[in-house]
Design a protein around this ligand. Sequence first.
Ligand SMILES: Nc1ncnc2c1ncn2[C@@H]1O[C@H](COP(=O)(O)OP(=O)(O)OP(=O)(O)O)[C@@H](O)[C@H]1O
Length: 302
Amino acid sequence: MSDLAIELIGITKRFGPKVAVNNVSFQVPRGAVYGLIGPNGAGKTTTFSMMCGYLYPSEGSLKVMDVDPTVPGALKGKLGALPQDAVLPASWEVGALLMYWARLSGLESPEKEAREALEQVGLMEAWNVQTQALSHGMAKRTAMAQALMGRPPLVLLDEPTAGLDPRIAAQVRQVIRDMKGKQTVVVSSHNLQELEELCDAAAILDKGLLAQAGSMSELTSQGAEFRVQIARGTVIPPELLALPDVTDARMEGEHVLVVRFGGQAKPEEVISRVVAHLLQTGVLILGVSQGRRLEDRVLQLL
Ligand SMILES: Nc1ncnc2c1ncn2[C@@H]1O[C@H](COP(=O)(O)OP(=O)(O)OP(=O)(O)O)[C@@H](O)[C@H]1O
């Protein structure tokens, strides 16, 4: 069994003349929560659909849980998927619909699986509710329950928190956090703060091309830069450049000092040195944060 849950090598997907995904390669380790990031039309849903076997790549090689997803039935029992804008069939009660899906997936105890998954997404009260009577958020959670039933080793969630109120979105994030290490989860979202908090690693797509893929600490430069929020006093960046391991120091606006440092240096040592220097020169500090926000990196790339 490979250490990778998903491996894309040079994947391209064309719709006629439109190239939706263009020569994309990245790997998702088993047990990781992996983010798929990109603006509207970047190719996230197309990539998801190929991982699920709903769409076939035009070129390249794709392995999902050690199998070729284009082989019918190859992913049965291995994958749960929440498609974007999943539409539930009308006139079904939620419980009956989930049990039906559980039976289709070959799960041994359909009712138990359906109840457990509905409980996981906090929607037990909807067991007897007809699908057309569900609010948008309830329908989304029903579709997510379908993806979670049977605790498949790989779960693909296309915008699982879009349109959910903050309390329910937090609950869905907790469900994802709980799967970490036990199941592999790939999640797409436009909420970059959410992905930064949840994901071990991510791929950033733009206009079908891979802009960057890597661990969250690589994407946010955790080991290469930090920011100091200045309350009062004058920072003289060239003085900081004289400190060991500091490779760059500059002000970002009036109150934020950005310091970059060499690859081998220990972040805590460089941070302590810079802070000590600032305090000695009469600068007062409000806070220090390691790395940059994922949002800043994405905006820089796109
Ligand atoms: N079936 C299709 N036929 C033609 N073009 C398509 C098809 N599906 C997707 N596309 C195009 O491929 C590109 C990528 O679309 P995709 O839905 O994968 O983007 P996305 O990153 O999921 O966007 P969003 O964040 O808006 O959901 C877009 O330009 C889209 O118009």
